[in-house]
Each structure stands twice: as C-alpha cells, then as structure tokens.
Design a protein around this ligand. Structure first.
Ligand code: NAP
Ligand code: F7E
Length: 348
C-alpha cells in the first residue's frame, strides 16, 4: 500500500516532534518544515532525523510561514495527503511585545497555506489541520469551554489564532477543503519550551535543589490551566483528519489547577517542603529546611491582560474521535521531572 504523506509546519516545536514520531509509527512519509536560525534548532527531532539517508521517511526542508513562495513550492514538491500547521509564535506574553509578527505568522501564515492549497488545485486531495488554542476563549466566563463557547481572546496571540480559526472555517465552507481546527488546551511534556511555566518551574526547582540556581522568578500564581500531555494531544490531531467529514474539536482534560498548585505538586515531588508568605507581587516561597526564599514573584512576568481560568469540555472528541486524555497532571509532572534529572545524573 502507498505510504501516506504528511507535511508538518512547525516540525521543530514540541508538538511537531511528538506528531512526527506518531506518524512515522503509523508508517507515514513525513516532511517537516524548519525555519532558518543561527543555531541548530532540531534538538527535539535529532533522534529521528538523518539527512544522509536519502531513503529516510523523515525529511526536512527550509521554509517559513512569512514566505508564501516557500509554502507553495513545498506543498507542490511534497504532494502531501495531510498538512499540519503547527507553526506559530506561540508564546502569549511575547505576543504583547511582537504583536505584528505574531499576527503575520499565526494569522496570515495560516491563510498562506490555505491559499497555496487552493491555488495548486488541491482542495479535494489535501486534508488540513490548524493548531487552534484555548487562548481563543480568553476572558470567558463559562465554567467549561467547548466548541460552542464564544471566543474572547485576551492577547495578540489569542486574537491572531481567532483569525486563523475562522479563515480555516471559511476555506472549508468556500472551497470544500477538508480543514479542521483543533482547539487544544495547554499541553506540556519534557520537551516543552523552557519559558512556558510548567517547564520553567520544574527546571528551576531542580536547578535550585542541585545548587545551580538560587531562585525561581514567576508571575501570576492564581491563573488556572487545564494541562494535558502533548503525546496524547497529537493523536487527536491525526484522528480529526481521519474522519469522514471535517469539523472542529476541543481537546482538553476537563481538570484545572492554579500555577501555585502546580508549583506545590512539583516542589513536593522534587523533595522541597515550602511555605508561602506575602501577597501579589510580594508573594514568596520559603524552603522550610534552610529558611531560604526559593521562589519570588516579579512584575515582569505578569501579563498586561491575564486569561484567569480555562477548563475544557472535550465530550465531542470523546464521542466522535474516541479520543481520551491518558496522562494525569501528576504523571505528567513525574515524567517532566525524570527527564530533567537526566542532566543531573539522576541526583536530587
Ligand atoms: P512551539 O514549541 O513553540 O513550536 C512552534 C513551532 O513553530 C516551532 O517549530 C517554531 O520553529 C515554528 N515557527 C515559529 N515561527 C515560524 C515561522 N515564521 N515559520 C515557520 N515556522 C515557525 O509550539 P507547540 O507547543 O509545539 O505548539 C504547536 C502549535 O500549537 C502552535 O501553533 C501553538 O500556537 C499551538 N498550541 C499549542 C498549545 C500548547 O499548549 N502547547 C496549545 C494550543 C495550541 P523554531 O523551533 O525554529 O522556533
Ligand atoms: O503560562 C502564568 C501565566 O506561558 C501559563 C502556549 O502553549 O498554552 C500556552 O499559553 C500561565 C499564565 O502558557 C509565569 O501568566 C506565571 O497564566 O505556560 P504559559 P499559556 O500562556 O497558557 C496555550 C493553550 C497556547 O496556545 C500557547 O501557545 O502561567 N505564569 N508565572 C507564567 N507563565 C510563564 N510563561 N512564565 C512565568 O514565569
């Protein structure tokens, strides 16, 4: 049987790495698009990347979502059955500092891929996945967010993804492209980017424990997030593209925790006994054993507008995709800690 071909934009990111490995296991030929950077940016996929072997099922090309010509020529060259758009300026706080670039990549970049599919006449052949986000719900007041919850984005990142969501729906309706939006809630893993809060907390606490760092500086401890595992979530992306009809799906665990609860769980597992003192930006955590302050809040990590509360309802995905989250927050934290400890000869 002919191998299915997938083209992944954002292949060097957390989800790109998990999705590539998932699709290779399913016997796909996977083409990935990486952008040029001044240092090598393939660390998450080095274990599957072999640019010497011309028969490899995993091949990388240079390209960029700000560059229509590269998008068009890569789709033409690779002739994919499925395109996954995971590429983005994905950091919410950074999007306040580079709002125009975030829109250029996240919004117009998505449009560029859809236009390329249309202009190459591939509307009937290619299936398209768009990486949507719970950040689109932003300041919502709904207790659970699902596919019918109105969007109220609260950052340039969230707003840029709302455009990407609706342009995907629009090209599905106008040109009958098999295009799906996955509205994914936060998902983490050992290879999560180091400036996202879960990785920052675990890496910081382990460094403190090993004497390589004195303090961890955080922002708002009271926002709540619905955290799952990236490995579980890439399976949902693939499942969306295997359905008879294209549709949009919320992917979430249905459980939510504050950042402080995450810190408390991680600190305990790493072997700290901590006591919180103070309020707001003056809140601190003290290591009870040696009375040292190990966590402080810093104004610079608070956002101009915060998304306070996210909790997803993935019933549609459970029913139609038979998708279920497999990893609890505790298991996720354990896995992230185990991975981090490898850099310290497993010492705590
Ligand atoms: P990530 O780790 O930040 O990866 C983003 C990827 O996009 C990287 O490969 C990055 O390349 C690439 N990229 C950035 N700008 C680009 C450009 N101009 N042209 C081409 N590629 C570009 O993000 P992730 O956590 O894997 O998330 C994957 C997607 O899901 C993103 O679209 C994100 O917005 C969305 N999402 C993520 C979550 C989550 O909790 N993780 C939840 C909902 C939605 P470099 O490696 O060179 O930086
Ligand atoms: O922040 C608070 C921060 O940056 C989570 C992206 O993948 O998920 C991610 O966006 C919460 C926020 O993720 C720090 O204020 C406190 O309330 O880990 P984060 P995010 O903003 O939820 C969504 C679904 C995406 O789509 C995005 O691409 O933690 N927080 N102190 C902090 N956050 C960070 N980064 N750093 C801190 O020091």
């Amino acid at each position: 049987m002919k191998k299915k071909i997938a083209l992944i934009f954002g292949v060097t990111g957390q989800d790109g790495a998990y999705l590539s490995k998932f699709l290779l296991k399913k016997n796909y030929k996977v083409y990935g698009v990486k952008r040029r950077s001044s240092i090598i940016n393939t660390s998450r996929i080095d274990d599957i990347y072999n640019d010497i072997n011309s028969k490899s099922n995993f091949v990388l090309f240079y390209g960029d979502l700000t560059d229509s010509s590269s998008i068009l020529s890569l789709i033409k060259k690779t002739k994919p059955d499925e395109i996954y758009n995971l590429a983005a300026q994905s950091h919410v706080q950074v999007s306040f500092e580079v709002p125009e670039y975030s829109a250029e990549v996240n919004s117009v970049g998505t449009l560029r891929i859809l236009e390329a599919i249309k202009n190459l006449g591939l509307e009937k052949k290619v299936k398209f996945y768009q990486a949507g986000t719970s950040e689109m719900f932003g300041k919502t007041k709904e207790k659970f967010q699902n596919e019918s919850t109105p969007f109220y984005p609260a950052s340039p990142y969230g707003v840029s993804k709302v455009f990407a969501h609706w342009i995907t729906v629009n090209y599905r309706e106008a040109y009958k492209i098999f295009a799906c939006n996955g509205v994914l809630f936060n998902h983490e893993s050992p290879i999560r980017g180091e400036t996202f809060v879960t990785k920052k907390i675990i890496q910081g606490l382990i460094r403190i424990k090993n004497g390589n760092q004195k303090k961890l500086f955080l922002g708002n401890l009271y926002s709540k997030r619905d955290w799952g595992h990236a490995r579980d979530y890439v399976e949902a992306m693939w499942k969306m593209l295997q359905q008879k009809k294209p549709a949009d799906y919320v992917i979430a665990t249905g459980k939510t925790f504050t950042i402080k609860e995450f810190v408390n769980k991680a600190a305990k597992k790493i072997g700290f006994k901590i006591r919180w003192v103070g309020n707001g930006v003056n809140e601190k955590a003290i290591d009870i054993k040696n009375k040292k302050v190990i966590i402080e809040c810093k104004k610079r990590y608070f956002r101009p507008v915060e998304v306070d509360y996210l909790k997803g309802n993935a019933n549609k995905a459970k029913k139609l995709l038979k998708w279920f989250p497999k990893t609890s927050l505790d298991k996720l934290i354990d896995e992230m800690i185990r991975y981090e400890l490898k850099f310290y000869n497993d010492k705590l």
